[in-house]
Design a binder for this molecule. Structure first.
Ligand SMILES: [Zn+2]
Length: 206
């Protein structure tokens, strides 16, 4: 397992509120107990960007949600949590997302150009704010978001890529921007031993 890494309070806070939205307050409490993070029950990290919490804490919380629903039900729930992180972050003007928001959405640009701008903003926020090394690549048919240090390294080994929260957040970001659904896939996952987590965002919607 790699050395742990610090992340901003607001990133973990955003995850907690998103889980609460999907599982309810009691479900969230159960998840925090499952993650052995009881210190956060009724005591979420503050809304600021100070690097006081850990990637492993984020990972253990995701894993607790997965354990709560079991491997079959968990995927859909974690995708929902991921969608909620984007929506909640936008609504709350979360410091973590750091997006220009509506201004970008209303820009008179082709859809693909707007997608690229939003993805670039998300990548910049990951690097600058979340302390998570992230890159964007592009080819004729798709964008690829590449995460070089992912919390999934702190979760037990899975059989297939497990970063559903990120897939959900990307899906919701593109839906919010374009009103269309894109079939976003996690191609490689550090949890399975890959050198990075790679997400393919097709340029054509479903
Ligand atoms: Zn990952």
């Amino acid at each position: 397992m790699p050395e742990d890494r610090m992340m901003p309070n607001d990133a973990l806070r955003l995850l907690f509120f998103s889980i609460e939205e999907v599982m309810g307050k009691d479900g969230m409490k159960a998840a925090l107990r499952g993650a052995k993070l009881e210190q956060y029950i009724d005591n979420y990290p503050p809304k600021n960007l100070s690097l006081d919490v850990r990637f492993s804490e984020y990972a253990h919380t995701e894993q607790a949600v997965e354990d709560f629903y079991g491997p079959r039900g968990a995927k859909a729930m974690l995708l929902r949590v991921g969608r909620a992180t984007f929506n909640y972050g936008m609504k709350e003007q979360s410091a973590v997302l750091g997006l220009a928001g509506q201004a970008l959405k209303l820009m008179p640009l082709p859809m693909t150009s707007k997608m690229k701008l939003l993805l670039e903003q998300m990548v910049a926020a990951a690097n600058k704010t979340v302390n998570q090394p992230t890159r964007l690549e592009e080819d004729a048919d798709s964008f690829t978001m590449i995460v070089d240090f992912c919390m999934c390294q702190f979760r037990p080994k899975h059989q297939s890529p497990c970063c559903y929260v990120t897939v959900g957040a990307l899906t919701e970001a593109m839906r919010w921007l374009t009103d269309k659904t894109f079939a976003i896939q996690e191609l490689t996952c550090m949890n399975l031993g890959a050198d990075c987590c790679r997400y393919r965002i097709p340029k054509t919607p479903e």
